[in-house]
Design a protein around this ligand. Sequence first.
Ligand code: AQP
Length: 329
Amino acid sequence: MERMLSGVKPTGRITLGNYIGAIKPFVSYQDEHEMFIFIANLHSMTVYQEPKELRQNTKDLIALYIAAGLDPEKVTLFLQSDVMEHSQLGWYLTCLSGMGELSRMTQYKDKVAKNETIGTGIFVYPTLMAADILIYNPKYVPVGDDQKQHVELARDLAERFNKRYSETFTIPEPVVRKVGSRIMDLQNPEKKMSKSDKSDKGCIYILDDINISKKKIMSAVTDSEGSIRFDPKNKPGISNLLEIYSTLSGKSIAELENQYQGVGYGTFKKELADLVGDELAKIQARYNEIIQGDYIDQILHEGAKKAKLIAAKTLAKVERKMGITIYKR
Ligand code: AQP
Protein backbone atom coordinates (compact mmCIF):
# COMPACT_ATOMS: atom_id res chain seq x y z
CA MET A 1 0.00 0.00 0.00
CA GLU A 2 1.26 3.48 -0.86
CA ARG A 3 1.86 5.76 2.11
CA MET A 4 -0.21 8.92 2.55
CA LEU A 5 0.04 11.72 5.09
CA SER A 6 -1.97 14.78 6.03
CA GLY A 7 -3.09 16.91 8.97
CA VAL A 8 -5.44 19.62 10.17
CA LYS A 9 -4.68 22.48 12.61
CA PRO A 10 -6.70 22.69 15.86
CA THR A 11 -7.20 26.43 15.35
CA GLY A 12 -10.94 26.58 15.89
CA ARG A 13 -14.13 24.63 15.49
CA ILE A 14 -13.91 22.21 12.56
CA THR A 15 -15.91 23.44 9.58
CA LEU A 16 -17.84 21.78 6.82
CA GLY A 17 -14.98 22.98 4.55
CA ASN A 18 -12.39 21.06 6.61
CA TYR A 19 -14.67 18.04 6.58
CA ILE A 20 -15.36 18.05 2.84
CA GLY A 21 -11.89 19.16 1.77
CA ALA A 22 -9.83 17.02 4.13
CA ILE A 23 -11.46 14.66 6.64
CA LYS A 24 -14.04 12.97 4.38
CA PRO A 25 -11.42 12.27 1.68
CA PHE A 26 -9.06 10.83 4.34
CA VAL A 27 -11.78 8.33 5.25
CA SER A 28 -12.19 7.31 1.62
CA TYR A 29 -8.44 6.64 1.27
CA GLN A 30 -7.91 4.57 4.41
CA ASP A 31 -8.59 1.12 2.93
CA GLU A 32 -6.16 1.48 0.05
CA HIS A 33 -3.33 3.42 1.70
CA GLU A 34 -1.06 3.30 4.70
CA MET A 35 -2.19 6.54 6.28
CA PHE A 36 -0.63 8.91 8.82
CA ILE A 37 -3.03 11.62 9.96
CA PHE A 38 -1.93 14.10 12.56
CA ILE A 39 -3.18 17.10 14.47
CA ALA A 40 -0.99 20.00 13.39
CA ASN A 41 -0.79 21.65 16.80
CA LEU A 42 2.71 23.09 16.23
CA HIS A 43 1.34 24.94 13.21
CA SER A 44 -1.55 26.30 15.24
CA MET A 45 1.01 28.22 17.34
CA THR A 46 1.77 30.66 14.51
CA VAL A 47 -1.28 32.56 15.79
CA TYR A 48 -2.06 32.93 19.53
CA GLN A 49 -4.29 30.13 20.83
CA GLU A 50 -6.02 30.49 24.16
CA PRO A 51 -4.71 27.36 26.01
CA LYS A 52 -8.12 26.15 27.22
CA GLU A 53 -9.59 26.50 23.73
CA LEU A 54 -6.58 24.82 22.14
CA ARG A 55 -7.00 21.80 24.43
CA GLN A 56 -10.70 21.57 23.59
CA ASN A 57 -10.17 22.06 19.84
CA THR A 58 -7.47 19.37 19.83
CA LYS A 59 -9.68 16.90 21.65
CA ASP A 60 -12.62 17.69 19.38
CA LEU A 61 -10.52 17.29 16.25
CA ILE A 62 -9.25 13.83 17.14
CA ALA A 63 -12.76 12.78 18.16
CA LEU A 64 -14.12 14.13 14.87
CA TYR A 65 -11.49 12.29 12.84
CA ILE A 66 -12.76 9.06 14.38
CA ALA A 67 -16.44 10.06 14.36
CA ALA A 68 -16.17 10.85 10.64
CA GLY A 69 -14.99 7.29 10.05
CA LEU A 70 -11.19 7.15 10.40
CA ASP A 71 -10.37 3.79 11.91
CA PRO A 72 -7.43 3.92 14.36
CA GLU A 73 -6.71 0.26 13.52
CA LYS A 74 -5.98 1.27 9.93
CA VAL A 75 -4.73 4.84 10.29
CA THR A 76 -1.95 6.18 12.51
CA LEU A 77 -3.49 9.15 14.33
CA PHE A 78 -1.21 11.35 16.42
CA LEU A 79 -0.33 14.80 17.73
CA GLN A 80 2.43 16.55 15.80
CA SER A 81 3.97 17.78 19.08
CA ASP A 82 4.34 14.18 20.33
CA VAL A 83 6.86 13.40 17.59
CA MET A 84 9.66 15.89 18.18
CA GLU A 85 11.55 14.69 15.12
CA HIS A 86 9.23 16.91 13.02
CA SER A 87 10.71 20.05 14.61
CA GLN A 88 14.28 18.87 14.30
CA LEU A 89 13.96 18.01 10.62
CA GLY A 90 12.06 21.30 10.25
CA TRP A 91 15.16 23.18 11.38
CA TYR A 92 17.41 21.42 8.86
CA LEU A 93 14.93 22.17 6.09
CA THR A 94 14.66 25.80 7.18
CA CYS A 95 18.42 26.03 6.76
CA LEU A 96 18.07 24.51 3.29
CA SER A 97 15.42 27.00 2.21
CA GLY A 98 15.81 30.56 0.91
CA MET A 99 14.13 33.78 2.04
CA GLY A 100 12.93 34.29 -1.55
CA GLU A 101 10.96 31.07 -1.81
CA LEU A 102 9.39 31.49 1.62
CA SER A 103 8.44 35.09 0.76
CA ARG A 104 6.52 33.74 -2.23
CA MET A 105 4.20 31.59 -0.09
CA THR A 106 0.65 32.87 -0.57
CA GLN A 107 -0.34 33.02 3.08
CA TYR A 108 2.68 35.15 3.96
CA LYS A 109 2.24 37.34 0.87
CA ASP A 110 -1.45 37.94 1.71
CA LYS A 111 -0.55 39.12 5.18
CA VAL A 112 2.16 41.43 3.81
CA ALA A 113 -0.32 42.85 1.28
CA LYS A 114 -2.85 43.51 4.06
CA ASN A 115 -0.13 45.18 6.16
CA GLU A 116 -0.83 42.80 9.05
CA THR A 117 1.59 42.14 11.91
CA ILE A 118 3.35 38.91 10.98
CA GLY A 119 4.87 36.49 13.48
CA THR A 120 8.08 34.72 12.45
CA GLY A 121 6.22 31.41 12.68
CA ILE A 122 3.99 32.39 9.74
CA PHE A 123 7.10 32.95 7.63
CA VAL A 124 8.86 29.66 8.40
CA TYR A 125 5.95 27.27 8.93
CA PRO A 126 6.12 25.95 5.33
CA THR A 127 9.49 24.36 6.11
CA LEU A 128 8.01 22.68 9.19
CA MET A 129 5.20 21.44 7.00
CA ALA A 130 7.79 20.08 4.57
CA ALA A 131 9.36 18.22 7.51
CA ASP A 132 5.96 16.86 8.62
CA ILE A 133 5.63 15.32 5.19
CA LEU A 134 9.16 14.23 4.32
CA ILE A 135 9.87 12.56 7.64
CA TYR A 136 7.39 9.79 6.72
CA ASN A 137 8.41 9.51 3.04
CA PRO A 138 4.79 9.39 1.84
CA LYS A 139 3.96 9.08 -1.83
CA TYR A 140 0.78 11.16 -1.56
CA VAL A 141 -0.33 14.19 0.45
CA PRO A 142 -4.07 14.89 0.19
CA VAL A 143 -4.69 18.62 0.67
CA GLY A 144 -7.23 21.32 -0.09
CA ASP A 145 -6.55 23.74 -2.90
CA ASP A 146 -4.84 26.31 -0.65
CA GLN A 147 -2.17 23.89 0.61
CA LYS A 148 -0.86 22.71 -2.77
CA GLN A 149 1.90 25.33 -2.82
CA HIS A 150 3.28 23.99 0.45
CA VAL A 151 3.54 20.45 -0.88
CA GLU A 152 5.39 21.89 -3.86
CA LEU A 153 7.91 23.50 -1.48
CA ALA A 154 8.31 20.12 0.25
CA ARG A 155 9.07 18.58 -3.14
CA ASP A 156 11.69 21.26 -3.92
CA LEU A 157 13.38 20.84 -0.54
CA ALA A 158 13.39 17.04 -0.89
CA GLU A 159 15.00 17.29 -4.31
CA ARG A 160 17.56 19.80 -3.00
CA PHE A 161 18.47 17.54 -0.09
CA ASN A 162 18.65 14.43 -2.28
CA LYS A 163 20.92 16.22 -4.73
CA ARG A 164 23.21 17.63 -2.07
CA TYR A 165 23.51 14.58 0.22
CA SER A 166 22.30 11.62 -1.94
CA GLU A 167 18.89 9.98 -2.41
CA THR A 168 17.01 10.17 0.93
CA PHE A 169 13.47 11.49 0.58
CA THR A 170 10.56 10.28 -1.51
CA ILE A 171 9.25 13.15 -3.64
CA PRO A 172 5.63 13.55 -2.45
CA GLU A 173 2.71 14.26 -4.73
CA PRO A 174 -0.15 16.56 -3.68
CA VAL A 175 -3.62 15.09 -4.15
CA VAL A 176 -6.20 17.82 -4.70
CA ARG A 177 -9.73 16.66 -5.44
CA LYS A 178 -11.57 18.30 -8.31
CA VAL A 179 -14.77 18.90 -6.35
CA GLY A 180 -14.79 20.18 -2.76
CA SER A 181 -11.17 21.29 -2.42
CA ARG A 182 -12.27 24.88 -1.71
CA ILE A 183 -15.64 25.25 0.00
CA MET A 184 -16.58 28.91 0.22
CA ASP A 185 -18.17 31.00 2.96
CA LEU A 186 -21.98 30.83 2.69
CA GLN A 187 -22.39 34.59 3.21
CA ASN A 188 -19.42 35.63 1.08
CA PRO A 189 -18.83 32.96 -1.58
CA GLU A 190 -15.75 34.81 -2.85
CA LYS A 191 -13.96 33.84 0.39
CA LYS A 192 -12.90 30.40 1.67
CA MET A 193 -14.83 28.94 4.62
CA SER A 194 -12.27 29.02 7.46
CA LYS A 195 -12.40 27.78 11.03
CA SER A 196 -10.60 30.80 12.49
CA ASP A 197 -12.97 33.35 10.94
CA LYS A 198 -14.51 35.71 13.45
CA SER A 199 -18.02 35.73 11.95
CA ASP A 200 -19.72 32.34 11.97
CA LYS A 201 -22.80 33.10 9.84
CA GLY A 202 -21.25 31.87 6.61
CA CYS A 203 -19.55 28.94 8.20
CA ILE A 204 -21.07 25.58 9.19
CA TYR A 205 -19.31 23.85 12.06
CA ILE A 206 -19.46 20.07 12.29
CA LEU A 207 -20.60 20.37 15.90
CA ASP A 208 -23.20 23.05 15.11
CA ASP A 209 -26.71 22.47 16.36
CA ILE A 210 -28.45 20.68 13.44
CA ASN A 211 -31.19 23.31 13.10
CA ILE A 212 -28.64 26.11 13.06
CA SER A 213 -26.63 24.37 10.33
CA LYS A 214 -29.81 24.02 8.25
CA LYS A 215 -30.67 27.68 8.75
CA LYS A 216 -27.20 28.64 7.55
CA ILE A 217 -27.79 26.73 4.29
CA MET A 218 -31.26 28.27 3.90
CA SER A 219 -29.83 31.77 4.27
CA ALA A 220 -26.78 31.21 2.05
CA VAL A 221 -26.19 34.02 -0.45
CA THR A 222 -27.20 33.09 -4.02
CA ASP A 223 -28.14 35.28 -7.03
CA SER A 224 -31.23 36.56 -8.81
CA GLU A 225 -31.00 34.37 -11.93
CA GLY A 226 -33.05 31.52 -10.53
CA SER A 227 -31.37 28.60 -12.32
CA ILE A 228 -29.30 25.92 -10.65
CA ARG A 229 -26.14 25.56 -12.67
CA PHE A 230 -22.42 25.38 -11.92
CA ASP A 231 -20.68 28.64 -12.85
CA PRO A 232 -18.26 29.68 -10.07
CA LYS A 233 -17.38 32.97 -11.75
CA ASN A 234 -20.90 34.31 -12.28
CA LYS A 235 -22.82 32.23 -9.73
CA PRO A 236 -20.37 31.64 -6.82
CA GLY A 237 -23.10 31.04 -4.21
CA ILE A 238 -25.07 28.39 -6.11
CA SER A 239 -21.86 26.78 -7.41
CA ASN A 240 -20.59 26.46 -3.84
CA LEU A 241 -23.86 24.85 -2.72
CA LEU A 242 -23.65 22.46 -5.67
CA GLU A 243 -20.12 21.44 -4.61
CA ILE A 244 -21.30 20.80 -1.05
CA TYR A 245 -24.27 18.80 -2.35
CA SER A 246 -22.12 16.79 -4.76
CA THR A 247 -19.48 15.80 -2.18
CA LEU A 248 -22.04 14.83 0.45
CA SER A 249 -24.41 12.94 -1.86
CA GLY A 250 -21.84 11.30 -4.16
CA LYS A 251 -23.80 12.63 -7.18
CA SER A 252 -21.87 14.50 -9.86
CA ILE A 253 -22.48 18.22 -10.41
CA ALA A 254 -23.93 17.42 -13.87
CA GLU A 255 -26.40 14.97 -12.32
CA LEU A 256 -27.49 17.60 -9.79
CA GLU A 257 -27.89 20.28 -12.48
CA ASN A 258 -30.12 17.85 -14.31
CA GLN A 259 -32.09 16.86 -11.23
CA TYR A 260 -32.77 20.50 -10.28
CA GLN A 261 -33.60 21.84 -13.73
CA GLY A 262 -36.55 24.23 -13.39
CA VAL A 263 -36.61 23.83 -9.58
CA GLY A 264 -36.49 26.94 -7.36
CA TYR A 265 -33.62 27.85 -5.03
CA GLY A 266 -35.84 27.34 -1.96
CA THR A 267 -36.47 23.64 -2.71
CA PHE A 268 -32.84 23.07 -3.66
CA LYS A 269 -31.61 24.66 -0.45
CA LYS A 270 -34.13 22.76 1.69
CA GLU A 271 -32.98 19.40 0.27
CA LEU A 272 -29.34 20.34 0.72
CA ALA A 273 -30.03 21.53 4.29
CA ASP A 274 -31.55 18.11 5.09
CA LEU A 275 -28.54 16.35 3.57
CA VAL A 276 -26.10 18.46 5.60
CA GLY A 277 -28.21 18.00 8.75
CA ASP A 278 -28.27 14.18 8.34
CA GLU A 279 -24.51 14.01 7.76
CA LEU A 280 -23.76 16.16 10.82
CA ALA A 281 -26.23 14.23 12.99
CA LYS A 282 -24.44 10.93 12.22
CA ILE A 283 -21.02 12.39 13.04
CA GLN A 284 -22.25 14.10 16.20
CA ALA A 285 -23.82 10.91 17.58
CA ARG A 286 -20.51 9.09 17.23
CA TYR A 287 -18.56 12.10 18.54
CA ASN A 288 -20.66 12.13 21.72
CA GLU A 289 -19.68 8.52 22.42
CA ILE A 290 -15.98 9.00 21.64
CA ILE A 291 -15.44 12.17 23.63
CA GLN A 292 -16.22 10.36 26.91
CA GLY A 293 -13.57 8.39 28.84
CA ASP A 294 -9.93 7.92 27.88
CA TYR A 295 -10.35 6.33 24.44
CA ILE A 296 -8.80 9.35 22.68
CA ASP A 297 -5.76 9.34 25.00
CA GLN A 298 -5.09 5.69 24.15
CA ILE A 299 -5.36 6.33 20.40
CA LEU A 300 -2.97 9.29 20.57
CA HIS A 301 -0.51 7.38 22.73
CA GLU A 302 -0.43 4.40 20.35
CA GLY A 303 -0.33 6.66 17.28
CA ALA A 304 2.64 8.66 18.58
CA LYS A 305 4.58 5.45 19.27
CA LYS A 306 4.01 4.17 15.73
CA ALA A 307 4.76 7.51 14.07
CA LYS A 308 7.91 8.05 16.16
CA LEU A 309 9.40 4.72 15.03
CA ILE A 310 9.41 5.89 11.41
CA ALA A 311 10.23 9.54 12.09
CA ALA A 312 13.26 8.65 14.26
CA LYS A 313 14.63 6.38 11.54
CA THR A 314 14.36 9.08 8.87
CA LEU A 315 15.91 11.70 11.13
CA ALA A 316 18.84 9.41 11.99
CA LYS A 317 19.46 8.83 8.29
CA VAL A 318 19.29 12.57 7.55
CA GLU A 319 21.68 13.45 10.37
CA ARG A 320 24.12 10.76 9.29
CA LYS A 321 24.17 12.06 5.75
CA MET A 322 24.55 15.68 6.84
CA GLY A 323 27.50 14.86 9.07
CA ILE A 324 25.70 15.85 12.26
CA THR A 325 26.09 12.41 13.84
CA ILE A 326 29.60 11.38 14.82
CA TYR A 327 28.91 8.22 16.79
CA LYS A 328 26.56 5.20 16.52
CA ARG A 329 23.38 5.87 18.51
N1 AQP B 1 -12.96 25.83 2.87
C1 AQP B 1 -12.28 24.72 2.65
N2 AQP B 1 -12.64 23.90 1.63
C2 AQP B 1 -11.98 22.75 1.39
N3 AQP B 1 -10.90 22.35 2.12
C3 AQP B 1 -10.52 23.14 3.15
N4 AQP B 1 -9.54 23.03 4.04
C4 AQP B 1 -9.57 24.10 4.87
N5 AQP B 1 -10.58 24.91 4.54
C5 AQP B 1 -11.19 24.34 3.46
C6 AQP B 1 -8.61 21.91 4.10
O1 AQP B 1 -8.68 21.38 5.41
C7 AQP B 1 -7.37 20.95 5.79
C8 AQP B 1 -7.07 21.61 7.11
O2 AQP B 1 -6.29 22.66 6.98
P1 AQP B 1 -5.58 23.41 8.16
O3 AQP B 1 -6.35 23.36 9.41
O4 AQP B 1 -4.19 22.90 8.29
O5 AQP B 1 -5.49 24.87 7.60
P2 AQP B 1 -6.34 25.73 6.67
O6 AQP B 1 -6.32 25.27 5.27
O7 AQP B 1 -5.80 27.12 6.87
O8 AQP B 1 -7.81 25.58 7.27
P3 AQP B 1 -8.74 26.70 7.82
O9 AQP B 1 -10.02 26.08 8.22
O10 AQP B 1 -8.79 27.86 6.86
O11 AQP B 1 -7.97 27.11 9.15
P4 AQP B 1 -7.47 28.53 9.65
O12 AQP B 1 -8.68 29.41 9.68
O13 AQP B 1 -6.90 28.28 11.00
O14 AQP B 1 -6.42 29.03 8.70
C9 AQP B 1 -6.43 21.28 4.65
O15 AQP B 1 -6.24 20.14 3.82
C10 AQP B 1 -7.16 22.37 3.93
O16 AQP B 1 -6.79 22.50 2.58
